[in-house]
Design a protein around this ligand. Structure first.
Ligand code: NAI
Ligand code: 15L
Length: 282
């Protein structure tokens, strides 16, 4: 895959989108932005004039066709990012992601990097043991999908959609099961799942540029000492994580205590998402 130059960044107004707007231009990308909310300038960054930005909903098929026209690849972050009602998840994450793939296929876009989530496999029991875990205990990418929420279910759908568009239409995807990508980890579970924003940009760059990915599923995290999952497929794309959440471990464990094997919120990869009551009305 020749290095893409113009990348459509959906979800550009969100937390991760804002972080990536700051970091990805350093890899030489020109970003076109898409979000249902207006994209605000990044705090503390010089205002470099009007961005190439489209304010529209993923339900708007015409806007999506225009948005993907002429771009080399898409980084698809837009959608509901936490548990919600089925109607909302259906519209934004399931129908919306389908609309994006259909627009990309129609306009000849060759690759999408899809923000999947740890919650697509959130009901996987977390591996137990002293860190760093024996590599044989790390959760592989081909572990059965076990969504822990309707949100996780929509990410599982997105991965199936990606596989289908590769098999049927030759549209490539890297599905990144992101752990927790925030400036810092804020709880003990995140010590295992955290992806620093800088490593996030490294991984997205690798996913955008690696040769012949077909549909590849990778876990998205830093090289954490307390890692629960296997980064082999991510590394095979050329991803070399530089950060480790361990620098936050002492402080977070002092504040929250170690993970408790008897606490159901600590039993699974997805943490408290697995015990979330459903949100009504459905
Ligand atoms: P966020 O909620 O801050 O941002 C999502 C953005 O998508 C928002 O700006 C929102 O306006 C936009 N959006 C929602 N529905 C839309 C629609 N129908 N049409 C157009 N835009 C729409 O979420 P965040 O944290 O930035 O996450 C980005 C993506 O990465 C999401 O897909 C999320 O599920 C995924 N992810 C994020 C993780 C993280 O640690 N931040 C972990 C795992 C997955
Ligand atoms: C996600 O999928 C969410 O989008 C994000 O907000 C975090 O909750 C993250 O997972 C997590 O599991 O920490």
């Amino acid at each position: 895959m020749p290095a893409p130059r113009t990348v459509l960044l959906t979800g550009a107004a969100g937390g991760l989108g804002t972080l990536m707007r700051g970091l990805l231009p350093d890899y030489g990308y020109t970003l076109r932005l898409f979000d249902v909310q207006p994209v605000e300038p990044i705090e503390g960054e010089p205002n470099t004039g009007e961005p190439d930005a489209i304010t529209a909903d993923l339900a708007d098929k015409e806007a999506l066709r225009e948005a993907v026209r002429g771009v080399d690849a898409v980084l698809h972050l837009a959608g509901i990012s936490l548990e919600s009602t089925f109607d909302k998840i259906l519209k934004a994450n399931i129908q919306g992601t389908y609309n994006l793939y259909e627009a990309a296929r129609a306009e000849g876009v060759r690759r999408i990097v899809f923000a999947s989530s740890n919650h697509a496999v959130g009901f996987t029991p977390r591996p137990q043991g002293e860190p760093p875990l024996d590599p044989a205990l790390l959760i592989p990418v081909d572990t059965p999908r076990r969504p822990d929420t309707l949100y996780g279910l929509s990410k599982s759908f997105g991965e199936d959609l990606a596989q289908f568009y590769w098999d049927k239409h030759g549209l490539e995807t890297v599905s990144v099961r992101i752990g927790s990508c925030f400036p810092e980890p804020t709880n003990v579970r995140m010590l295992s799942l955290w992806m620093s924003p800088a490593d996030g940009a490294r991984l997205f760059h690798a996913a955008l540029t690696a040769e012949h990915v077909g549909h590849t599923v990778v876990y998205g995290s830093s090289a954490n000492t307390r890692l629960w999952w296997d980064l082999t497929t991510a590394r095979a794309l050329g991803y070399e994580p530089q950060d480790d959440s361990e620098v936050y471990a002492e402080k977070l464990i002092a504040e929250h205590g170690e993970l408790d094997p008897d606490n159901p919120d600590h039993a699974y990869l997805g943490g408290h998402f697995s015990t979330n009551p459903p949100i009504w009305p459905h």
